[in-house]
Design a protein around this ligand. Structure first.
Ligand code: ZN
Length: 676
């Protein structure tokens, strides 16, 4: 029992109130104070308890309950609405002299030698206006053209970093402007996910944020981990006693709104310039994209005196850090082998400082790109950090060529294994299935999270094992003994024992994880789950006909053929038999991965409407482990629709197609039957 459980049993309505307050507070401590009061698991558990109680007590309905973030209905579009007060843009500058000149204009206009300034990092996201009436979030509108923007309230409500209800004693009307942004870690996760699904990657976190906010499905927004940071006011009724921006920031923080933890009050222009410089050196490390420093006059009265131009306020200026580009020399190009055999060019350059870090490597994408840009070895090249990820080479500086530059030739053979290289589209591939370079990448994939998930086996250990010649096949991992491991550099007894225990645990992960780990072309995690749902073990899978594979949900002719070819190969057969020899389970039921008797097995499921007791993403995952394929839209292939409250067009379509429809109680019943 945790401290948040019902200590002295309360009447249900009181417990509902208690849980709502607790969950609102938990969000505030997580997102505003950065000081969590409970774990994610605990949060989800209490949220589920609240959902159950609310379902049993509809009279306690509250549109702003923490449960209302879950399962908001997809929308068909966004309404354009007017801002109560115009959202202005800010004048930009790239020079310190301009900031000083701006300061002199402020001094002159105010007749005050020492105006107080506030500096705040400028986050590279999407500007938004949040409106709270009587402390409740009623509207979220994008900047748009400053006069009118898009009403994206349903999506913003799905963001846990934005409070639905303000704490303390909020004013009658509070409009807060701020930035919605995607932290680097979320951005990388979103792109990695898109990559596995073969979708086009977002160029940077800002595009990813904008795309997410315009998603028609709040569940997508909820899953993406967007953050909010306040940086201004719109219409405000009832905070007239607050005279400065810095005090305003303190007040709204107490209401539960996230503000920058780098807000700095400066009393001289030199302090302002120092602040700009300091952050310039540190901004690569804050964990999200920033592109400048906003400097504003702190006093609201002084702001009113200064007024605004047609475009922007006079009391505020944004210093933009220089474009994150640099020029350096290209020294060499390596062709790195990926797990699927792709050879990717990686540039090594003379080290150069860009966007807060020293870089010496850059990506060049592929051979076609190199030819199109005519990049040559020895060229002076412009490099750029796009959205703070790996730098890329933008273009050669042709004017600085000496004539000694050499064209970049694609390798005729694989540098790792001397295997034959072939070009397919813009990419080069090593065609040797025994390639040591590919195996290194495939082994790193095999041990990774979501595949065999072997705790403690990071990239470095894999490199060590390969370099020591201890592993030349996946199965060899499971033959490692204590002495093998202890012979490795910097390996202690405890670590070695933990690694052996992790290997032992991984033996039981079951067929779906093994298939996902092998890195078979076209067979990712979800295809592996479908296969494990359809076949009892590896032997049954090896005996499958191509037509059987093609008939599986979401398997097209290409996937089926590629898989069938692989299964028919000697290498596949030996892989499976070697794994079986070392005790790795190749059965579907093992590890709780798939229950073949599950009513969900083989179903093509669509989830719609508001579900009280489930996060949609978690429900999807659960159904997939039970052998279902969860898709986004109803089609002739759909076999089951799970319809929560307020299910709309999807339900109608499912009805017209004669698809079986379950409501939430039925879903719960089926799930509990599986557990029992
Ligand atoms: Zn190779």
């Amino acid at each position: 029992m945790s401290e948040f459980d019902d200590q002295t049993p309360l009447l249900p309505l009181a417990r509902i109130e208690e849980l709502r307050a607790l969950l609102h507070r938990a969000n505030r401590f997580y997102y505003v104070e950065a000081d969590p009061i409970m774990s994610d698991t605990e949060f989800d558990r209490l949220l589920a308890e609240l959902a159950r109680l609310e379902e049993a007590h509809p009279e306690a309905h509250d549109p702003d309950s923490p449960t209302s973030r879950v399962g908001g209905e997809p929308v068909s579009g966004f309404e354009t609405v007017s801002h109560a007060r115009r959202m202005m843009s800010i004048d930009n500058t790239y020079s310190m002299e301009d900031v000083r000149a701006w300061h002199e204009r402020v001094v002159k206009a105010l007749g005050d030698d020492a105006p107080v300034y506030v500096c705040e990092p400028k986050i590279d996201g999407v500007a938004i206006n949040l409106r709270f009436d009587q402390g409740r979030l009623v509207a979220a509108v994008t900047r748009g053209d400053g006069e009118q923007g898009d009403l994206v309230t349903s999506n913003v409500r799905a963001m846990e970093s934005v409070p639905l209800v303000l704490a303390e004693d909020p004013p009658a009307v509070l409009e807060v402007r701020g930035e919605i942004y995607m932290p680097d870690a979320s951005f990388e996760r979103v792109n990695a996910d898109r990559e596995t699904r073969g979708e086009q990657l977002f160029a940077n976190a800002r595009n990813s944020t904008a795309g997410t906010l315009k998603s028609l499905d709040p569940a997508v927004v909820r899953a993406r981990g967007l953050r909010f940071c306040a940086h201004g006011r719109g219409e405000v009724v009832g905070l007239e006693d607050v005279p400065t921006y810095s005090e305003f920031v303190g007040r709204i923080r107490a209401f539960g709104l996230a503000v920058s933890n780098r807000t700095m009050v400066c009393t001289t222009i030199d302090e302002v310039l120092q602040c700009i410089e300091t952050f310039g050196a540190e901004r690569g490390e804050v964990g999200f994209a920033t592109d400048g420093m906003v400097v504003r006059v702190d006093s609201f009265a002084a702001q009113d005196t200064l007024g605004e131009t047609a475009k922007a306020p006079r009391w505020c200026i944004a210093f933009k850090y220089p474009a994150e580009q640099a020029v350096t020399r290209l020294l060499k190009v390596d062709w790195q082998v990926g797990k699927g055999g792709t050879l990717t060019p990686r540039a090594t350059m003379e080290p150069v400082f860009v966007a807060g870090t020293t870089v010496k490597h850059a990506t060049m994408h592929n051979i076609e790109e190199i030819r199109r840009k005519d990049i040559r070895l020895g060229d002076r090249v412009v490099i750029e950090k796009a959205g703070e990820i790996i730098p890329q080479i933008v273009e050669p500086v042709v004017a600085e060529r000496t004539g000694d530059e050499q064209p970049i030739e694609p390798p005729a053979t694989c540098l790792e294994c001397a295997g034959v290289v072939e070009q397919e589209g813009p990419k080069l591939y090593c065609t040797n299935p025994e390639c040591a370079g590919q195996f290194r990448e495939r082994l790193k994939w095999f041990v990774g999270r979501g595949q065999m998930d072997i705790d403690g086996f990071g990239e470095k250990l894999v490199d060590q094992l390969l370099d020591a010649g201890l592993v030349s096949h996946f199965a060899d991992l499971f033959r490692l003994n204590r002495d093998d491991l202890l012979a490795l550099e910097r390996m202690g007894e405890t670590s070695a024992d933990n690694l052996l225990a992790a290997l032992d645990e991984a033996r039981g992960r079951g067929l779906a994880r093994v298939l996902a780990g092998l890195g078979i072309r076209h067979i990712g995690t979800s295809a592996s789950k479908i296969l494990a749902g359809a076949f009892a073990d590896a032997d049954a899978l090896l005996a499958a006909e191509e037509v059987e594979l093609e008939a599986l949900p979401d398997f097209g002719a290409i996937t089926a053929k590629a898989l069938h070819d692989y299964l028919a190969s000697d290498s596949a057969r030996s892989t499976f038999s070697l794994l079986a020899e070392v005790g790795v389970s190749l059965e579907s039921e093992r590890g709780g991965v798939v229950d073949e008797s599950s009513v969900f097995s083989g179903q093509v499921v669509v989830i719609t409407g508001t579900l009280e007791g489930f996060k949609r993403s978690e429900l999807s995952e659960r159904l997939e482990t039970l052998g279902a394929k969860v898709t986004g839209s109803v089609s002739a292939k759909t076999t089951l629709l799970i319809a929560g409250e307020k299910a709309g067009s999807k339900r109608a379509k499912a009805e017209s197609l004669g698809v079986e429809i379950w409501d939430e109680p039925r879903l719960l019943e089926e799930l509990s039957r599986l557990q029992g």
